[in-house]
Design a binder for this molecule. Structure first.
Ligand SMILES: O=C[C@H](O)COP(=O)(O)O
Length: 336
């Protein structure tokens, strides 16, 4: 079965910031354990359903370029390495501003300014990223709260968020305390994410659940619900540093939690799979999952991001193949 084309919207009008935001931000709710306590997740059913995304569903060839251009707009272009430097961050930001070569942009007939969804860096790199992205409209996302393990005192986690926001990060990717989930201490998890959301102020909060550490899909569902009740703007699978990072079955469970939370509260919460997403085929699989489970609003950067350090290169390669009919040498493509 084939997926339908995505509508690629152009650049936002210059005065977009002045327009009223029609989608209200998730305010969160008090903790309602009864909303998820009885939830059961059938692992093999989730795996079977996720498998159909890559086998039964394909994006028709003539629509693939449009889907891949949209995938670029959804990427949180990431560098989270111990040897990051301001120069590396500046190069990454240049890719975020201009992800494709001019000849490919012209051949694809793109009449808008194509950028990635955001650039995601460590807090110490936020000032360099903000400088490099000035005037581009590309937001800077910062990880925080003792990423990736999250095992620093709460006071320091909140201070780290405030630092990144003060330096200009518009999005904060926090990590939750995994032991709160493993101990089923939902009150502690709710309080923690609530305090982080308050520290974010106007910056949007993405709650990284580190699903590879949570031991069951049932825990993934419960942690997703509590993070949303605490006011997360996005729920995100992984840091990219766990042994198992983004997978389709985990993403399916998180998408169902987003659907359930929406039915209960009316709030739309975004989703960000991250960690190990490397190929154009991966990007299309996650986009198809979003479209089928949550609808086309979840193909917009406002509600869906692909967290990836090494995806853009393959998308670039596939788009070049689409335009020219051949693949060029790897060294001609973006490393990111
Ligand atoms: O948040 C984003 C992840 O760290 C990216 O992981 P990756 O390097 O496997 O793409």
């Amino acid at each position: 079965m084939a997926a339908e084309p995505v509508q690629i919207r152009g650049a936002a009008p210059a005065d977009a910031a002045a327009l009223p935001n029609v989608r209200p931000r998730n305010e969160g709710t008090p903790l309602h354990v009864e909303w998820f306590d009885a939830a059961r997740v059938n692992l093999s059913a989730a795996e079977r359903r996720a498998a159909t995304i890559t086998t039964r569903r394909t994006v028709k060839k003539e629509w693939q370029a449009a889907w891949l251009v949209r995938a670029i707009q959804l990427i949180d272009l990431t560098t989270l390495a111990g040897d990051d430097t301001e120069e590396r961050v500046a190069r990454l930001c240049a890719k975020a501003r201009k992800p494709l070569r001019d000849d490919l942009v012209a051949a694809l007939g793109l009449d808008f300014s194509l950028t990635t969804g955001a650039v995601c860096v460590y807090p110490a790199m936020v000032p360099a990223a903000v400088r490099a992205l000035e005037g581009s409209g590309v937001p800077v996302a910062s990880v925080a709260t003792g990423f990736p393990a999250g095992l620093i005192p709460t006071r320091l986690k909140l201070e780290e968020i405030r630092y990144a926001v003060e330096e200009g990060a518009a999005e904060i990717d926090i990590v939750i305390t995994r032991s709160h989930v493993l101990d089923q201490n939902w009150r502690a998890l709710h309080d923690e994410v609530r305090a982080m959301r308050a520290a974010c102020g106007d910056a949007h909060l993405k709650a990284i659940l580190a699903t590879g550490d949570l031991r069951s899909l049932r825990n993934v569902y419960k942690a997703s619900m509590v993070a949303m009740m605490a006011g997360a703007d996005f729920i995100k699978t992984s840091t990219g540093k766990e042994d198992v990072n983004a997978t389709l079955p985990v993403s399916l469970v998180m998408a169902r939690a987003i659907r359930d939370y929406r039915a209960l509260t009316g709030f739309d919460v975004g989703f960000k799979p991250a960690g190990g997403i490397r190929t154009a085929k991966d990007a299309l699989a996650w986009m198809t999952l979003m479209k089928e489970e949550l609808g086309t609003d979840w193909l917009e950067p406002e509600l869906f991001r692909l967290g990836a350090s090494a995806l853009l290169g393959d998308i670039d390669r596939q788009l070049e193949h689409f335009v020219t009919g051949r693949y060029s040498a790897d060294n001609r493509h973006a490393v990111a």
